[in-house]
Ligand binder design. Structure first.
Ligand code: THU
Length: 139
C-alpha cells in the first residue's frame, strides 16, 4: 500500500489503541481497517472478567465496518506495544478473510515503530472459504 496510506492507517490504529479495555492482560491492541470508500474503521480489544468473552481489536474494527454498512476490506493495520509486531490470532485471521481477498495488505506494527508488512493470504494459508461448501449447495 502507498506509504502515506499505510502511515495514516497505522496512526489511526495507534490512536484508538489507547482506548483498549484491558484490565486483565494490560496488553492494549488497536486495529484500523480501510475500505474502498476511503473510510477507516477502528477497533480495540475489549476484555471481560469471563476471560473467553474478551474480543480482539481486529474483531472490533470488523464490527465497526459492518455497522457502518461496509463489507470489503482494502487494508488493515494492527498495533501493540510488543517486542515484535503483534501477530493476529487464528480466529481474527479467519474473520478478516471473510471480508478481504488474499492480496489485501496487512501492516503489523509495534508502538516503537517496527513494521511488518504481510497479506491476508500470508496470514492464513489454506483459508476456509465458501468454495469449500459447494457440494452442500452453499458455495
Ligand atoms: N489481542 C488482540 O486484540 N489482537 C491481536 O492480534 C492479538 C491479541 C488481544 C486479546 C487480549 O485482549 C490481549 O490481546 C492479550 O491476548
Amino acid at each position: 500500500m502507498a506509504d502515506e496510506m499505510e502511515q495514516a492507517l497505522v496512526e489511526a490504529a495507534r490512536a484508538v489503541r489507547e482506548n483498549a479495555y484491558v484490565p486483565y492482560s494490560q496488553f492494549k491492541v488497536g486495529a484500523a481497517i480501510r475500505t474502498p470508500s476511503g473510510a477507516v474503521h477502528l477497533g480495540v480489544n475489549v476484555e471481560n472478567v469471563a476471560y473467553p468473552e474478551g474480543t480482539c481489536a481486529e474483531a472490533g474494527a470488523i464490527a465497526a465496518m459492518v455497522a457502518a454498512g461496509e463489507g470489503r476490506i482494502e487494508a488493515v493495520a494492527v498495533i501493540a506495544d510488543s517486542p515484535q509486531p503483534v501477530s493476529p490470532c487464528g480466529g481474527c485471521r479467519q474473520k478478516l478473510a471473510e471480508f478481504g481477498e488474499g492480496s489485501v495488505p496487512v501492516v503489523l506494527a509495534t508502538t516503537d515503530g517496527t513494521l511488518q508488512r504481510t497479506t491476508l493470504a500470508e496470514l492464513l494459508p489454506g483459508v476456509f472459504s465458501q468454495a469449500h461448501m459447494e457440494r452442500a449447495g452453499r458455495g
